[in-house]
Design a protein around this ligand. Sequence first.
Ligand code: PHE
Length: 423
Amino acid sequence: QHPLQLEINGNTYPTDSWTNVTPKILSHLGLNKHLQRDHPLSIIRQRIVNYFYGAYRNQRGNPLFSVYDQLSPLVTVQQNFDNLLIPIDHVSRQKSDCYYVNREHLLRAHTTAHQVELISGGLDNFLVVGEVYRRDEIDSTHYPVFHQADAVRLVTKDKLFERNPGLELFEETWSGSLADPKRILPSSKCMDQTKQPCHTLEAVKLMEHEMKHVLVGLTKDLFGPRIKYRWVDTYFPFTQPSWELEIYFKDNWLEVLGCGIMRHEILQKAGVHQSIGYAFGVGLERLAMILFDIPDIRLFWSNDSGFLSQFSEEDLQNLPKYKPISHYPQCSNDLSFWLPANVEIDAGFSANDFYDLARTIAGDVVEQISLVDKFKHPKTGKTSLCFRIVYRHMERTLTQAEVNEIHKHIADASVEAFNVQIR
Ligand code: PHE
């Protein structure tokens, strides 16, 4: 049973017979794993964004695309479905597939939900990155919250036909009006892979060529220039024609992204009448699992430093392979000491010597050590260091008492070896 109303991000929403969000699902709002420093999803986000920044620049050399990565995932049924011409009886609208707040609001099921508002706001080249929510099976590759990046690029006739003036975006015979986009009709899948009736074949082919060129470029940027790929015809209610890009990975064809030529009704509704556009959407977890060799999608939600410390956005071009961590819990203890007078880090004392000492005493139950604080006393001039030592056993749970004893040994040995004074 649900409460009569839900309080989300400071707003109050009445519940109704459509409400099916759970507190557990709502707890993911605002976690923004795609913005968390050094998180693998943040690294993938930056790779995609940087690729688009590099692929499209204006005359001044500045990136053409703008990025929206903090839009609220709480959207309306209109944003998530109606604006995108998703038929009223489409399976993706079902209560069993989405997390509804009430009959009018849901947690976005794709980042495509923001297309129309951003285009209406005057944007013509943009990326949207954020988490999406879907009710789905549960296994190592499915989690009810995951992340997507979506892009839209709109081009005017003059730009598209720069080198072929005289060509047209729209068929001469087309009256300029389309079925009223406010009337969302039951599905009549139009699988015509050639083009929408309003567009000229020249316009669609040029746009398709540019889009595929850019998306293959992105795929090669991520997976290397030798990656094997193929285009597969598909259907999306909001693009026509539509494709999926698949890559060959570990003896299988894997779908990595969906894309297509935007339905002109959507542009018209957003007030754009003289452009043609392409759109694509890609799941970040899928990419990250392949690129970092991460075996389980739940790891992306882990706060375990044994997981998180393996990734760094310092070098975005070299992605490390994930090394499995122990299932047993971590236990973290801090050790603070004063260095002897006139000794400083790297001048009489080296952190690496301390790490070796800790390893010598504690062995592999030390998973990580980091210097979390350093400070010089204004009067005595002495330096104080604080190291955080994370303990974890590979085969069993360590007790706090056990950890305290090892920790004490390390402290005593440090006094002995480095002449430090424990604080
Ligand atoms: N929104 C689609 C999905 O979630 C992906 C997509 C975006 C396809 C934009 C075409 C254009 O699967």
